[in-house]
Design a protein around this ligand. Structure first.
Ligand code: NPG
Length: 367
């Protein structure tokens, strides 16, 4: 496949409500989209980098810069496919979110040209996936209970509560007491604690959580292993895992017993699938994370979440959880599930007039 050029497009999308985590509050999503143009088809990739480097070192302007300056010029001129793109970008350290967006755009074009859905290409064995929802930090427990109640009414099959020091044991206790023992419940600290907090985190053991996600800093792998010995609640890693090699190391030392797979964080769907395969071979459960994606990124995540090793519900929520209007036709819950797109590639197309309305900048790079 020959790549003729790449378009970088920025879109600004307001969120339906502020989303607060231990690292900040998002009120809008400033998204970098990548479009790969080939003679036979074009493909889309969504870069999950946020506008500020608070979740990871990457940020949207930085991703655009590394794409235009280094990654796009390094693309193979001919015979490009997702693996060739991965190899060509390998010499550049880090910048996994930028690499993932570019690789996904090329993969989407490749699969559209071949008429193959991404889910089938990756090895999915389901046509719908169960969906969880991530609930941000709120000003009060009653407000949180109302929000959780609303999401359960909509059909979400699992609730994830964002936590931070000062917003942990009490909200978890309140949700467990109000909604009962059968509720699938987990928490996400986004690296907000240190090992000194182990006794406080151990108090969460009383609430029979599915997992606690990323309690300690991204690079605290050894301390996560120590914490795992002090907690009954399983530890799941997110920010700490950037590759299949990193996942193997975490499992080997006992730093995690569950892994959140986000394709953007690990450099793309090829590496995401490797982590899935590794975990599945070791009997380790994985689930698909989310980064407030538009329908473009969401479609690809749902394809990944349909692989057989994704045995826990993901943060693959409906479009309306975040956006009043999406750039693609919205993903809607049906009995707590989303349908896996079955069209070629990622299986969805941006709606052109909406895409135009959200666009703040475009840039074309000829190869
Ligand atoms: O459903 O898309 C979603 C968001 C799920 O909580 C979620 N994402 O830490 O996993 C996370 C968190 C996040 C959001 C991380 C935005 C980074 C940016």
């Amino acid at each position: 496949m020959k790549i003729e050029g790449i378009e970088l497009r920025r879109i600004a999308m307001p969120l339906v409500a502020p989303f607060r985590t231990s690292f900040g509050t998002e009120t809008a999503r400033d998204v970098l989209l990548v479009r790969a143009v080939t003679p036979d088809a074009e493909g889309w990739g969504e870069c999950v980098a946020m506008d500020l480097p608070l979740y990871s070192p990457e940020y949207a302007d930085g991703a655009a810069d590394v794409l235009r300056r280094f990654l796009i010029p390094a693309l193979p001129k001919n015979d490009a496919d997702a693996y060739a793109v991965e190899r060509a970008l390998e010499p550049f350290k880090g910048h996994r979110m930028a690499k993932a967006a570019l690789q996904t755009a090329v993969l989407d074009a490749q699969l559209r040209a071949a008429g193959q859905p991404l889910a089938r290409y990756l090895g999915a064995d389901r046509d719908r996936v169960p969906c969880g929802v991530s609930v941000g930090i709120m000003d009060s427990v009653p407000e949180l209970l109302d929000a959780v109640h609303g999401y359960l009414d909509e059909g979400y099959v699992r609730i994830k509560l964002k936590i931070e020091p000062g917003w942990d044991v009490e909200p978890v206790r309140a949700v467990r007491e109000r909604f009962g023992d059968d509720l699938l419940l987990q928490v996400d600290a986004n690296a907000a604690y240190t090992l000194v907090d182990a006794p406080r985190l151990a108090r969460l053991d009383a609430f029979d959580l599915l997992l606690i996600e990323q309690p300690l800093a991204d690079d605290d792998m050894v301390q996560h292993a120590e914490l795992a010995r002090r907690l009954r609640t399983p530890i799941c890693l997110d920010e700490s895992i950037e590759s299949a090699a990193g996942a193997a190391a975490a499992l080997t030392i006992g730093a995690a017993s569950i892994i959140n797979i986000k394709p953007g964080r690990v450099g793309g769907y090829l590496e995401a699938k490797r982590i899935h395969d590794l975990c599945r071979a070791h009997g380790v459960a994985v689930w698909c994370g989310g980064m407030l994606e538009t329908g473009i990124g969401r479609a690809a995540n749902i394809a990944l979440a349909a692989l057989p090793g994704f045995t826990l519900p993901g943060d693959t929520s409906a479009s309306h959880r975040y956006f009043a209007e999406d750039v693609t036709p919205p993903f809607e819950l049906d009995d707590g599930h989303l349908d896996v797109p079955d069209g070629p590639g990622i299986g969805v197309e941006p709606v052109q007039d909406r895409l135009r309305a959200f666009t703040t900048a475009t840039e074309w790079i000829t190869l």
